[in-house]
Design a protein around this ligand. Structure first.
Ligand SMILES: NC(=O)c1ccc[n+]([C@@H]2O[C@H](COP(=O)([O-])OP(=O)(O)OC[C@H]3O[C@@H](n4cnc5c(N)ncnc54)[C@H](O)[C@@H]3O)[C@@H](O)[C@H]2O)c1
Length: 262
């Protein structure tokens, strides 16, 4: 029987929860980890970059967080099992943010099969495998929230045409958003929610070699400024918390209005 809340205070409180955030040594992953931590969650930082993830841990612990780290490539065969085990050691498997990803600037006619497999491996197959493992654990316990990082470019041709097409990137993010809906259906009656966040163009190190190019898009962003890593934190905390308990299978677009114009 569903209980109607007696108060709405604390609907963003994550005290007692443990969150896994992949790709959290820097960028949006780090900021989302910080946001979840500041709302009370213990956070497991997962990243390929061993030094980066330890620096992130030191920074978050100095702000009072309870933080675990695991340094691995999300595409490794044993990555899902190792991540879930490390999360259980830290506190549990309550929240998963599948954020690790890479950009591609391939032109389609020149895009090799290896390139396609690499981008799909990191941006789609790895989050699928980690999500599958987390979903099982969450269905067993009857609660959980999974957040996948999509992109505005899941429904567009790449913004970076002048610099290559990125068809593999766009396809990987569209597929991840589609997979979000199927996973949400599987978790829906078991108290497990699965949603995606689709950022627009965000000034992070992902674009460090094309920074001038991404700022050319600033004039097309209705809110009038470039998106920064912290802009996705509100949506992440919302989707992780009880505040969004009736929302599942959705993609929340956090892009300053980019997709509302042609
Ligand atoms: N920056 C953008 O414009 C933008 C826009 C829409 C969506 N996104 C998506 O948001 C997510 C975060 O992007 P960001 O801009 O913060 O990126 P970023 O490059 O700043 O950070 C990505 C992090 O993921 C880690 N990582 C990459 N490959 C990994 C692997 N195989 N195993 C483990 N860790 C790995 C990196 O070490 C890095 O710390 C990505 O999925 C990206 O595709 C980014």
């Amino acid at each position: 029987m569903h209980e109607i809340p007696t108060t709405y205070k604390g609907m963003f409180d994550l005290t007692g929860k443990t969150a896994i955030v992949t790709g959290s040594a820097r960028g949006m992953g780090y900021e989302m980890a910080r946001g979840l931590m500041e709302h009370g969650a213990k956070v497991l930082l997962v990243d390929l970059n061993k030094d980066g993830v330890e620096e992130a841990r030191a920074s978050l612990e100095s702000q009072g967080g309870i933080i675990g780290t695991i340094s691995l490539d999300v595409t490794a065969d044993d990555a899902p099992a190792r991540i879930i085990e490390a999360a259980r050691e830290l506190g549990g498997v309550d929240i998963l943010v599948n954020n690790a990803g890479i950009l591609s600037t391939a032109d389609f006619p020149d895009m090799g099969d290896d390139q396609w497999d690499r981008v799909m491996g990191i941006n789609l197959r790895a989050p699928m495998r980690i999500m599958r493992e987390a979903l099982k654990a969450m269905i067993d316990q009857g609660s959980g929230s999974i957040i996948n990082m999509g992109s505005s470019w899941s429904s567009r041709a790449s913004a970076f045409n002048q610099d290559g097409g990125g068809p593999d990137y766009c396809a990987s993010k569209a597929a991840l958003q589609a997979l979000t809906r199927s996973a949400a259906q599987d978790g829906a009656t078991s108290g497990v929610r699965v949603n995606a966040i689709a950022p627009g163009v965000v000034d992070t190190k992902m674009h460090e070699d094309r920074r001038a190019l991404i700022y050319e898009y600033e004039k097309y962003i209705p809110v009038g400024r470039m998106q920064l890593a912290h802009d996705v934190v509100g949506a992440c905390v919302f989707l992780a918390a009880a505040a969004s308990s009736y929302i599942t299978g959705q993609t929340v677009h956090v892009n300053g209005g980019l997709l509302m114009i042609d």
